[in-house]
Write a protein that binds this ligand. Structure first.
Ligand code: EPZ
Length: 430
């Protein structure tokens, strides 16, 4: 099993380049099958979730040509099936985006039910509610969800919860439906806006993305496009907290500062200095940080995908902090791992009560999911000793070159797959 081995204690210092947003890229890749003309997508992150979705698309006849590590050329004119059943598709949550894309274009789709991180029940009732409102029927059986419609007709859809996935999925299906669709209580995340902008670049007519009311006028068909994915808000936020927890000084480059406002605000409250530029921002943490309170909320609130990172950082801040997780019901499983490092955190319901300690101690750690895995690496960077983090396959779902980027900032971290390599690392770092 591949692991990261980390010798903590070094403040992170230097520049780091942020990749394209994984959660925008997943929706955009799926939506690209809705055009019969060639689509070029730039700034794709080279992470396993993306590569798995590409393989699943290829399994139904989509031609995907890699122009370079971060650019693909896609042609979906020869799709052979609207049933996405490959072994790949069960591995990722965003498989459900193929439903909205194929339903919109071919009026039918069948996809194996999603996999993904186990941070909660992850229902898809709002996705199916939207498809049904557009005139499709939906069936779930044998671990598959299938949907088909003689006609897709626009409708007024009010989402019962703010959901990124359902907002994107319904937007895709409605973009090629007949007439007008309104999605109320829509998610406003930057990646929802990016998918809407991508669809519009293929000829869709979508207005209001980024607000809680999205208005879509269906069009006949899409043309080709060339589109560049926005920077990843969560990768950027993770490196911001890496700078904070190691008392470092890091310039985070290729970002959109507006997307990071809630994260910057919290870090400033905790005692960091943050300097914003057009496409970058600098995080400096020169002293022990202090406590704060935070509740995860849909955008523009503090992102749930940053919850493990802020809890981990607050574990060594002065004072008592409370972090409330309002989006998912099982997103504190990593706290047991922090406890092994000497953290004093009590999880009560959907809140973590954190009594800051002066330092954490190294340990062997297990990543329970993508963002918690990244947070445990941050915890290890803040100790004096040598830690290991296993199940890095989770981390590599959403972070491109994570160890390499951290090493370029002065971290002592390597990916290993044997005890012998760990021994070599220990000898090397002394
Ligand atoms: C997306 O998941 C992201 N994943 C998640 O990021 C992110 O945590 C989440 O949005 C919230 O921002 C991708 O984009 C691939 P939701 P998604 O639908 O779309 C409930 C990461 O680390 N809900 O916005 O699955 C749901 O239970 C991942 O990159 C319903 O009740 O999340 C949750 O409580 C982890 N019915 C809330 O809505 C539905 O039909 C938000 O879920 C759909 C969702």
């Amino acid at each position: 099993m591949e692991q990261y081995v980390i010798k903590g204690g070094n403040p992170l210092v230097g520049d780091v380049e942020i990749c394209g947003a994984k959660n925008a890229a997943l929706g955009i890749l799926a939506a690209s099958v809705m055009s019969d003309e060639s689509v070029i997508i730039e700034n794709l992150p080279d992470v396993s979730d993306i590569n798995i979705l590409i393989k699943a698309m290829q399994s139904i006849g989509v031609v995907v040509e890699h122009i370079d590590r971060h650019t693909v050329k896609i042609n979906s004119s020869m799709i052979s099936s609207t049933t996405v059943d490959s072994v790949y598709i069960k591995k990722i949550r965003a498989s459900y985006y193929m439903l909205g894309a194929l339903l919109g274009k071919y009026r039918k789709a069948e996809v194996a039910l999603p996999g993904g991180c186990n941070i909660g029940s992850r229902p898809i009732d709002q996705h199916t509610k939207g498809f049904k409102a557009l005139g499709a029927d939906v069936r779930i059986s044998h671990g598959h969800i299938s949907t088909q419609a003689d006609r897709l007709v626009g409708n007024h859809i009010y989402l019962d919860v703010v959901t990124v996935g359902a907002t994107i999925n319904i937007m895709m299906a409605a973009a090629l439906a007949e007439g007008k669709t309104t999605i109320e209580n829509a998610a406003k995340e930057p990646h929802v806006v990016d998918v809407a902008n991508f669809l519009n670049s293929m000829g869709a007519n979508i207005k209001g993305a980024g607000t809680d009311v999205i208005r879509i006028r269906g069009v006949e068909k899409f043309h080709g496009t060339t589109y560049s994915i926005i920077p990843d808000q969560i990768e950027a936020g993770t490196f911001m907290f890496a700078a904070a927890i190691t008392k470092g000084d890091v310039m985070i480059k290729n970002i959109i500062p507006k997307h990071l406002e809630s994260i910057s605000a919290k870090l400033i409250e905790m005692g960091c200095q943050i300097e914003e530029f057009d496409e970058s921002l600098r995080v400096v943490a020169s002293k022990r940080l202090s406590h704060t309170q935070v509740k995860t909320l849909p955008y523009p609130g503090f992102p749930t995908d940053m919850q493990p990172q802020i809890v981990t950082t607050l574990a060594i801040c002065e004072g008592m902090s409370i972090v409330t997780e309002s989006i998912f019901e099982n997103r504190f499983r990593y706290v047991d791992e922090l406890t092994k490092m000497g953290a004093k955190i009590k999880v009560e319901g959907n809140s973590a009560i954190i009594e800051g300690v002066s330092k954490l101690t190294s340990s062997s750690l297990s990543a329970p999911d993508l963002r918690a895995g990244a947070a445990l690496v941050l915890a290890a960077l803040a100790t004096e000793g040598i830690s290991t983090v296993d199940d890095v396959v989770y981390i590599e779902r959403g972070y491109e070159d994570f160890p390499e980027k951290l090493r370029s900032l002065g971290a002592l971290i390597e990916k290993v797959s044997s005890e012998q390599e760990i021994t070599k690392f220990k000898f090397k770092v002394g």
